[in-house]
Write a protein that binds this ligand. Structure first.
Ligand SMILES: [Zn+2]
Length: 503
């Protein structure tokens, strides 16, 4: 349904909800009968720093940014697992008033405010379905990525952004020095153990558990996430919980009782189970006016409330499949392919000149053409529902993609691009799928809906100039991790290091 102009709404009816590196999101909090009710508006940001050129080095063409979700992501991940977006024209006066109101309310984090601002010159914004809004709705955002920084003791460099991958790479394209590490421990765990060695806490959370499809492991992962959320007083970056459209912090009584009602409805069997179960313990304390349940009990409630939805959604297996199939060469295999065929070495300087040599940042028509050729190889039917591949289909897709990317010449009649270029686009897409967030929406009051919905968000295209950074980051993490394992071995504690396991 086409929306009326934004100017028909008051700018102060839009309330700040969140922001990422490139965008800021405000939610409509105006009259419930407005066509914008239940929607959010995504606004593009620009850097404040002096000399920052608009559309600078990290730029993805804006036409790609807006259409990318509908034309590229939705056909691969499935319409049902992404949010519908609509472009809307923005007027500068309206936007200025909105920005002024946000400033007066002081809603943006100070470090963000210092760094960037809403781009008042953007002609368009994007209206999306608001997954967080709604009375009687619990919305849980799990960042499949985290935006923490970490410092490597070996090279003394600081890295930002550690995507949380749902898979382990296959050893085929890995170098002998990294293969055993990278196929035993997942990215997140290597990163976390590294941090733990710095004296920071370790919650034991492994994203492979969350993606495993195994009930016990999904419960465990959710309990660990919730436990960290509690102990960090809501400060951890990878879990946010909203009730009635508002962010809640640990200790909020209504969210705890909401999880109880949710968990009770979903898992009546738990109530008959032995009295010592954490769920019963929590119920005892929450339904009487006694002391609050212990953190572990609430964590268990949280897991009971969310797990059935996460176990049923195709979004997680599909994401994991796309992350891994599109990264079939690993960054190591991609680097050697590019150096062999184009002479561009990701390990050396990788700047604008190298990006140009590799064909430049993909434009929308190139992405569309690529998806047209590759979605059947990924098991996606045109216009059909996306469902995860069977083991056999997955193996077959993996082998086909590998041989396509590594072919010495274009095997595909009419393919406009060389195989190495196809491999670059695949890798960039895989980076997008590794860097998204999930929103789990659980209605409390509807008797009919026993299971909530899961949608993936923040699926923005990645700029090609990051390829060099991806290569270096991969090397760093493995080096740091290796160093830590050797230290653990030296003191006879290697057995304490948990290995990661795929589903
Ligand atoms: Zn792991």
């Amino acid at each position: 349904m086409p929306l009326p102009p934004l100017e028909t709404t008051s700018p102060i009816a839009w309330q700040y909800t969140a922001e990422g590196g490139a965008n800021l999101v405000v939610s409509f909090a105006g009259p419930a009968d407005s066509p914008f009710s239940g929607h959010a508006l995504r606004l593009r940001k620009r850097k404040k720093r002096a000399g920052g050129v608009k559309g600078g080095e990290d730029a993805v063409p804006s036409e790609v940014d807006v259409e990318f979700g509908a034309r590229i992501i939705a056909p691969l991940l499935g319409e049902a697992n992404v949010v519908v977006m609509e472009k809307v024209p923005l007027s500068r006066d309206w936007l200025e008033e909105l920005v002024e109101d946000m400033r007066a309310q002081g809603v943006r984090p100070a470090e963000r405010e210092a760094e960037d601002e809403v781009d008042l010159d953007t002609p368009e914004g994007v209206v999306v379905e608001d997954l967080i809004a709604g009375r009687g709705v619990i919305a849980v955002e799990i960042k499949v990525r985290s935006a923490e920084s970490f410092k490597c003791a070996v090279t003394d460099l600081t890295w930002l952004r550690q995507p949380k991958w749902g898979f382990l790479p296959s050893p085929t394209h890995l170098s002998p020095s990294t293969a055993s590490m990278k196929t035993t421990y997942c990215r997140t765990c290597m990163h976390r153990h590294y941090k733990a060695s710095d004296g920071e806490g370790s919650d034991g959370f492994c994203p492979l558990d969350l993606y495993s499809g195994n009930s016990a492991r999904v419960h465990k992962a959710l309990e660990q996430l919730y436990g960290s959320w509690m102990s960090s007083e809501g400060g951890i970056n990878n879990l946010r919980i909203f009730l009635d459209g508002k962010k809640v912090l640990p200790g909020n009584v209504s969210i705890a009782s909401s999880f109880v009602s949710r968990a009770v409805r979903l898992t009546p069997a738990c109530l008959q189970a032995d009295q010592a179960s954490p769920l019963d313990y929590a119920l005892d304390h929450l339904t009487t006016s006694g002391p609050p349940a212990s953190p572990i009990s609430r964590a268990s409630l949280f897991a009971h409330a969310l797990a059935p939805t996460l176990l049923r959604t195709p979004a997680l297996p599909l994401l994991r499949e796309l992350q891994s199939l599109l990264d079939v060469l690993d960054i190591e295999g991609l680097a050697s392919l590019l150096s062999r065929t184009t002479g561009v070495d990701l390990a050396r300087h990788f700047g604008p000149e190298e990006v140009q040599k590799l064909g430049g940042q993909p434009r929308l028509d190139e992405w569309i053409e690529w998806v047209g050729r590759y979605s059947p190889l990924l098991g996606r039917q045109q216009g059909g529902e996306s469902s995860p591949l069977s083991h056999e289909e997955w193996d077959q897709s993996k082998a086909t993609l590998e041989s396509r990317f590594l072919a010495s010449s274009t095997s595909d009649e009419g393919s406009p691009s060389p195989p190495w270029r196809d491999a670059i686009l695949a890798y960039l897409l895989s980076a997008t799928f590794k860097d998204c967030s999930l929103i789990i929406r659980l209605p409390l009051d509807s008797a009919a809906s026993t299971v909530g919905t899961v949608k993936a968000i923040d699926l923005d295209p990645k700029p090609m100039n990051r390829l060099g950074k991806y290569w270096r980051m991969d090397r760093e993490i493995v080096e740091c991790w290796k160093e830590r394992l050797e230290r653990m071995e030296a003191v006879g504690r290697a057995g304490e290091v948990r290995q990661c396991r795929e589903g």
